[in-house]
Design a protein around this ligand. Structure first.
Ligand code: NAP
Ligand code: HSE
Length: 320
């Protein structure tokens, strides 16, 4: 039996469920000849009550990172996680992350580690609904033409709740209570989280160096109850839609609210569900749909990434 030491950064909505799911899947790791040992969990406040397996070492001292074989990052932010992960990545060890802001905004630094197969980030887009896996593997045989997607659970939840008559601020508070929203939630409602995710996806199907700054972004803050009811009266629904398509010799990437017909595939996504319509010349039109926010569904992708690493699969390699 091989012992793998895992360091976890963050024990909030996602981090706690990662720890619980690793514990729950103990026998699956054992079947692969591996014993997972959590060497430490980094937090800001050790006195917070947490739902984690008994005996978990929760600390504000990142020193434990030096000794671990894999790091799982579920802390959020950009500069702080980058600073902590870089020395670790430089030493050739793998990182599993759900942090699309970090991936989108610091690709200048992270790309080389992704190309080397050291970065695992299925959870960063559509949480536990696998899209990065297929886009980084089998879908490469087909010529990509266009994608259209609903990628943010918070906006989806708010717009759905507003359709039921709830006001915007109350609906946002509901999304925060469910653990869907980013800190600060402007990242969600301003469209930036969706733009982060679109930039991550674009690197698998359009351009391996696709810059986050190339995404044109508009959020849902100005959507009123009247806009929503007008759309409903016309048999349409308002969604925050991410789109990526060819534009001459380059690519056009946008995030903006759109009115879509009620029977559009992107309208079938319920509460926190995300959906993505992928078009390729040879593969035709594919639809991915499923949960896109929440602790356990995100943890399922991160623990799946850990299993991939244990089995020997590389991380998610973008286009060269
Ligand atoms: P969260 O509930 O706010 O948890 C963040 C955790 O990180 C907390 O445990 C916090 O410590 C710790 N932390 C934050 N900054 C820190 C610092 N500077 N030093 C030490 N510890 C720090 O956030 P979350 O919802 O779990 O999200 C975590 C990551 O997953 C983010 O990148 C997010 O975008 C991504 N993600 C989230 C979801 C979702 O549905 N929530 C889905 C997919 C991806 P304390 O507990 O002591 O405050
Ligand atoms: N804040 C994000 C959302 C979490 O609402 O979709 C999942 O990435």
């Amino acid at each position: 039996m091989r012992t793998v030491t895992v360091g976890v950064l963050g024990s909030g909505t996602v981090g706690q469920d990662v720890l619980n799911l690793i514990k729950r899947r103990e026998s699956v790791f054992t079947d692969l000849g591996v014993k997972i040992e959590i060497s430490g969990v980094l937090v800001r406040d050790v006195n917070k009550v947490r739902d984690v397996p008994p005996g978990t070492r929760v600390t504000t001292d990142p020193g434990f990172l030096q000794e671990c074989g894999v790091v799982i990052e579920a802390m959020g932010g950009v500069d702080r996680p980058l600073e902590m992960l870089l020395p670790y990545l430089r030493s050739g060890r793998p990182v599993i992350t759900a942090n699309k802001a970090l991936l989108a905004e610091r690709w200048d630094v992270l790309r080389e580690y992704a190309l080397a197969g050291s970065l695992y980030y299925e959870a960063s887009v559509m949480a536990g609904t696998p899209v990065i896996g297929p886009m980084s593997t089998v879908l490469r045989a087909s010529t990509f033409t266009r994608l259209q997607a609903v990628l943010n659970g918070t906006c989806l939840y708010i717009l759905n709740q507003m359709e039921e008559g709830r006001d915007y601020a109350d609906a946002l508070a509901g999304a925060q209570a469910l653990g869907y929203a980013e800190t600060p939630p402007t990242l969600d409602v301003g469209g930036f989280d969706t733009a982060h995710k679109l930039a991550v996806l674009a690197r698998f199907c359009a351009d391996g160096n696709f810059p986050y700054s190339a995404v044109q972004v508009e959020g849902i803050e100005d959507i009123t109850q009247k806009d929503i009811q007008d759309a409903r009266a016309a048999g349409e629904r308002i969604k925050l839609v991410a789109e990526l398509e060819r534009d001459g010799t380059g690519w056009r990437a946008t995030v903006a609210p759109q009115r879509l017909p009620e029977n559009h595939p992107l309208c079938n996504a319920g509460a926190s569900r995300n959906a993505l319509v992928y078009e390729g010349e040879e593969c035709g039109t594919l639809i991915f749909a499923g949960g896109g926010a929440g602790g356990m569904i995100t943890a399922s992708a991160m623990v799946g990434d850990l299993l991939d690493w244990v089995i020997g699969f590389p991380g998610h390699v973008p286009l060269h």
